[in-house]
Design a protein around this ligand. Structure first.
Ligand SMILES: C[S@@+](CC[C@H](N)C(=O)[O-])C[C@H]1O[C@@H](n2cnc3c(N)ncnc32)[C@H](O)[C@@H]1O
Length: 150
C-alpha cells in the first residue's frame, strides 16, 4: 500500500522519540510505509506539506492541572489555547485534508461547570465524541472534521 505518513512536532526531543516509536513499529509489525518527520509548528502546517488526505492530532492540552481550576483560571487557559487551535483549523482547510481527527481539551471548573474552546467549525461536517477517565482532571472532545467544500 502506498501510504506516506508525515509527523510534525515543534520540539526536537519529541521528533527523536517519534523516530524510536517508528523503528519499533517497523520491526514489530513489518510496516513499510514511508514516514517523514518535520520539526515545526502546526499553525504553519502548509509550509511543510501542501496536500494531505488525513490528519490525526492531539495538540497541546494546556498546563497540567493538579486540582480542578477556578473559573478565572479556566478562562485564562482557554484564551491561551484558542489562537493555536483556530490557526490549526485554518491550516486543515489549506492542506485540503478530507478528514481531520483532533483532540480538544474541555475544562471542568471547580464550580463543576464545563468550559469549551470557542472554535468556528461552520466550514466542517462535525462528529464529536466525549472522552474522560475517572482519574483525569482534564476532559477531552475528539472532533472528527470533514471540510464541507470537499
Ligand atoms: C499532548 S502531546 C501529544 C501526545 C501524543 N498524542 C501521545 O499520545 O504521545 C502534544 C504534543 O504537541 C506538540 N505541540 C504543541 N504545540 C504544537 C504546535 N503548535 N505545533 C506542533 N507541535 C506542537 C508538543 O511538543 C507535544 O509533543
Amino acid at each position: 500500500m502506498g501510504i506516506e505518513c508525515y509527523g510534525l512536532d515543534k520540539k526536537a526531543e519529541r521528533i527523536k522519540a517519534t523516530k524510536k516509536n517508528i523503528d519499533w513499529l517497523r520491526k514489530t509489525y513489518n510496516i513499510t510505509y514511508s514516514f517523514k518527520l518535520f520539526l515545526g509548528d502546526a499553525t504553519n502546517l502548509s509550509s511543510h506539506v501542501k496536500k494531505v488526505d488525513y490528519i490525526v492530532s492531539e495538540p497541546f492540552m494546556g498546563p497540567f492541572l493538579k486540582k480542578l481550576p477556578k473559573t478565572q483560571e479556566v478562562r485564562k487557559i482557554i484564551a491561551m489555547l484558542e489562537p493555536m487551535y483556530k490557526a490549526v483549523l485554518k491550516e486543515i482547510k489549506k492542506v485540503r485534508a478530507k478528514r481531520a481527527v483532533i483532540v480538544v481539551p474541555v475544562f471542568l471548573a471547580r464550580s463543576r461547570k464545563k468550559y469549551f474552546l470557542d472554535l468556528d467549525l461552520k466550514d466542517f461536517r462535525v462528529k464529536s465524541f466525549d472522552y474522560e477517565t475517572p482519574t483525569s482532571r482534564l476532559r477531552r472532545q475528539i472532533l472528527v472534521l470533514e471540510p464541507k467544500h470537499l
